[in-house]
Each structure stands twice: as structure tokens, then as C-alpha cells.
Design a protein around this ligand. Structure first.
Ligand SMILES: *[C@@H]1O[C@H](CO)[C@@H](O)[C@H](O)[C@H]1NC(C)=O
Ligand SMILES: *[C@@H]1O[C@H](CO)[C@@H](O)[C@H](O)[C@H]1NC(C)=O
Length: 467
């Protein structure tokens, strides 16, 4: 099965010479390719767009954005763990007997403008986005048939958030549209009953989670299905391989969809599409499988928190560093923001996103569509990270601190006099350099004052013809 698919992919590059008849035959030959087993599903090549994209935006939005206190795990911390700060917060600010469900009507979204979000995401330089269509609270941001009266069309804004955002992203930007979906729901009685049966019954997964997933994919055609929240249940309980076989073989997005690795207990970092391994995963070395670093501007929460302090937000320097390290090591960065209950992306998040975009405007060629080089970071100068475009014979050395001496030594490249050329992205003239023995080079940076620097936060040396 996998062989047939591989052959089809190789033929894909000949599409422009193939006749439509041949393409049709190939198309039908490769339908039904994957079997509902991890061996078969894991053999599917990841659609190429994902690795090329490198940078996406994650959005955590839901009823937890109403209290916007502590964390998106508000309900759990308050009602299950009875954590004192949550209990005190509720006592001090809400009437006695107030339930989590009562947050529903307060999720107003009156300032939610999907077009405005789309503009901000486009300006950030991101190539895809992933929205929490449903978090562990179970509240869906679309009018799911399987979430009656617990969704954003019946309750709160009375709007189909997923539909509005999908439309804006697709009509106004070049980003791919992706959806996060939580398999389990903290307090759903069907889930709790299956759990107490040690997941030998599958009431919740078969009447709630799976139908919801099929509905989401069929209705909104997300190109990323970002699964989460296995609830410590095995993938057999979630029927994950069955769903993924449908997704890859028959669904409307079968050719372009990518998924992650959170499809049941013990799947993470092992099975599925690309690996996420853990929240904020950033191994600092190369992996032999595509991976994604999902992290969040607010260090302590994914959902919006009104009680965040300024030092809880990562600085633009820290964010660029995350992006650069991640891409050098073969990962994608999925950067999270939490909108407010009114539907606003607060100016601090917007500023960070626009700053990344302005950095990418100058330096994006060292990020998008690059591949890891033989070395990921430099041994002589800490904080230098490499990416490459082997077909063009180019290596990018991205440095996170402007060296006070005005020159930078690189241990890893072999440079050749008369052949190697060095440029600073955003600066016109080529730079002088000298070889340091057989391997290694010293590059003289232009003597510039701050205002003349091509951009702040990190800089890119473009090395042509090094080895
Ligand atoms: C569960 O997976 C099997 C294949 O293993 C598939 O035939 C069946 O349709 C799936 N059921 C659901 C509800 O996804
Ligand atoms: C960078 O390179 C050095 C030396 O090769 C290595 O020890 C270090 O772990 C690497 N990673 C980071 C994150 O600095």
C-alpha cells in the first residue's frame, strides 16, 4: 500500500507531462490506500506544504476566555481540583451557585471580526493557523449536531466562529486553515462512564467525539486536524486509526491534510502525522521525523488571562529565538495567542505577531522552505543557528546577538576564496570574510549604527557556496 502511494508521489512531479486520463487512473488507484493500522498510517508521507510553512498561529478561544483567569483549565482547577485561588476568585466575583455553564451567555464575542484576525495573521508571516474548535470543556465553536445547546451558535455569540474564521482566512490570506479538537471532555457523563468501565465501552467516543470529527472535517475541510486530550484512553478507544484511514483515503482533504501525534495514550511522539511530543517541545537537536513546537506568548497560559503580568509574556527576542532554533532543528513553530471573550486580540499579542512578520519580511528566505543543515548551531559562536537551501548551494547563519567586535566567527562552514560569497539579509553590499584554517571563517559585519541595521532582534548571514 505504502509503495503504491510513494510511486504516485514520485509521479506527481511528472504531472505537467501526464495526460488527464493517466492522472484520473492514478487518482483512483491510490484511493483507499491506507489501512486502519499504525504501520500503514505512519507510512503516509507528510504533505510537503507543512514542512515548507515553518510558522503557524495557534488560537485558544472558548468559555475559559470569559473568566480569563489563571488558565484555560479553569473549570478543572476550580471544580475538580478545588484549587484555592480559583475557588476564591469565584466566591469574590460571582453570585453563589454560579456554574461554569453560566459563562456561556457571557461569551459575547461582540468585537470578533474574522477579517481583522486574518489581517493580523497574514501580517505575522504565518503560513497556517489552528483554532480550538473544542477544548476539554466540550463547548464547540461551531453548531455541532453533537453538542446541542453547548456551542457558540446556540449559546453566547450565536455565531459560527469556525465558519467565519475559515471564510476570512481563505478569502483574505494565503494561510492554511487548521482546527484543534479535544478528544475527551473533562466532565462529559458519557466519557466518565466509559472511563469507569476502563474504556471497554465506547459510548462517548462513538456517539460524540468521532461524529464530531467527521462533521468538522466534512463541513470545514481543515488542512490540519490538531488532535489533543486523549484522557488517558488508548487509541483503540478513540478508534483513531479508523478515523485517520478515512481522513487520508476518503475525506475531502485527503491530499493535503496533516495531523499530529495526539491520538491516544502512548501515541504521542510515536504515531500519526508530525510529532508534537510535549507542549513547548524544543529539543535543541535534529529529529529524524517532522515535528512542531507548540508554545504560547503567555508563558503560563494558552487561554487569555486578565491577570497576566508583563513579564509573563515572551519578548520579541525570545520569540524569534524560538522560531530560529525550532526551524534549524527541523521543526515548525506553532505560536499561541488567546483572544478575549469579546473577540479581541489584545494589542500586545498583535504587536508581537506584527514584529515577527516584519522580521520575516527581511529574513524569511532563511526560514520558509529551508531544510536543516549538517550542523544546527555553531560551536565557535553561541547563538548562531543554521538553515540551508541545498539546491541553491546556500547556507543561512542566523545570529541572535550583534557581536560588539563587529565580526563573527563561524566554525562549521568550509569557505572557498573566490567562490564563497557572504551577504547580510537586508543589506545590499556583500561582506568581507577570511578563512580560518581549513574549516571555519570570520565575517566582518558592516559598521552601522542602530538605525541603519536591516532589522532588530536577529540577523541572517547568507553564505553562498560553502560546504
Ligand atoms: C472505526 O474504525 C473502523 C476501522 O478500523 C471503521 O470501519 C469504523 O467505521 C470506525 N468507526 C467510526 C465511528 O469511526
Ligand atoms: C549547540 O552546539 C553546542 C556545541 O556543538 C552543543 O553543545 C549545544 O547543545 C547545542 N545546542 C544549543 C541549544 O546550544
Amino acid at each position: 500500500m505504502a509503495l503504491a502511494m510513494g510511486a504516485w508521489r514520485r509521479l506527481g512531479s511528472l504531472q505537467h507531462v501526464a495526460t488527464p486520463v493517466i492522472l484520473l487512473l492514478l487518482g483512483s488507484a491510490c484511493a483507499q490506500d491506507y489501512e486502519p493500522t499504525w504501520d500503514s498510517l505512519d507510512s503516509r508521507p507528510l504533505p510537503a506544504w507543512f514542512d515548507e510553512a515553518k510558522f503557524g498561529i495557534f488560537i485558544h478561544w472558548g468559555l475559559f476566555s470569559v473568566p480569563s483567569f489563571g488558565s484555560e483549565w479553569f473549570w478543572w482547577y476550580w471544580q475538580k481540583q478545588h484549587m484555592s485561588c480559583y475557588v476564591r476568585f469565584m466566591k469574590a466575583n460571582y453570585r453563589p451557585g454560579f456554574t461554569y455553564e453560566d459563562f456561556g451567555p457571557l461569551f459575547t464575542a461582540e468585537f470578533f471580526d474574522a477579517n481583522q484576525w486574518a489581517d493580523i495573521f497574514e501580517a505575522s508571516g504565518a503560513k497556517y493557523m489552528v483554532l480550538t474548535s473544542k477544548h476539554h470543556e466540550g463547548f464547540t465553536l461551531w453548531n455541532s449536531k453533537y453538542s446541542w445547546n453547548w456551542n457558540s451558535v446556540d449559546v453566547g455569540p450565536k455565531r459560527d466562529i469556525v465558519a467565519e474564521l475559515a471564510k476570512a482566512i481563505r478569502s483574505k490570506t494565503s494561510l492554511r486553515f487548521g482546527l484543534y479538537h479535544s478528544l475527551f471532555e473533562w466532565f462529559n457523563p458519557l466519557f466518565l462512564s466509559d472511563e469507569s468501565n476502563l474504556f471497554k465501552t465506547r459510548m462517548f467516543s462513538f456517539t460524540k467525539s468521532l461524529p464530531e470529527l467527521y462533521e468538522l472535517v466534512t463541513k470545514y475541510q481543515p488542512e490540519i486536524v490538531w488532535s489533543d486530550g486523549d484522557g488517558d484512553a488508548p487509541d483503540v478507544y478513540w478508534n483513531s486509526t479508523g478515523f485517520l484511514a478515512w481522513l487520508y483515503n476518503e475525506s475531502p482533504v485527503r491530499d493535503t491534510v496533516v495531523t499530529n501525534d495526539r491520538w491516544g495514550q502512548d501515541c504521542i511522539c510515536k504515531h500519526g502525522g508530525y510529532y508534537t511530543c510535549a507542549d513547548r517541545y524544543n529539543p535543541g537537536h535534529l529529529l529524524n521525523h517532522k515535528w512542531e513546537n507548540c508554545m504560547t506568548i503567555d508563558k503560563k497560559s494558552w487561554g487569555y488571562r486578565r491577570n497576566a503580568k508583563i513579564e509573563d509574556y515572551l519578548t520579541i527576542e525570545e520569540l524569534i529565538e524560538q522560531l530560529v532554533e525550532t526551524v534549524s532543528c527541523g521543526g515548525n513553530l506553532l505560536l499561541n495567542i488567546g483572544p478575549t471573550r469579546e473577540g479581541l486580540i489584545i494589542p500586545l499579542f498583535e504587536e508581537r505577531l506584527r514584529q515577527i512578520g516584519s522580521w520575516l519580511d527581511v529574513n524569511g528566505e532563511a526560514i520558509y522552505s529551508t531544510v536543516p543543515w549538517k550542523a544546527q548551531n555553531d560551536t565557535a559562536t553561541p547563538g548562531v543557528w543554521y538553515t540551508s537551501k541545498p539546491d541553491d548551494n546556500i547556507v543561512y547563519a542566523i545570529f541572535l546577538k550583534w557581536p560588539p567586535a563587529g565580526c563573527i566567527s563561524l566554525d562549521q562552514p568550509y569557505a572557498y576564496v573566490g567562490k564563497t560569497k557572504v551577504h547580510l539579509l537586508g543589506y545590499r553590499a556583500s561582506l568581507k570574510w577570511i578563512a580560518l584554517g581549513k574549516q571555519g571563517m570570520m565575517v566582518s559585519l558592516p559598521q552601522l549604527n542602530g538605525a541603519q541595521l536591516p532589522c532588530q532582534w536577529a540577523w541572517v548571514l547568507k553564505l553562498s557556496r560553502v560546504f
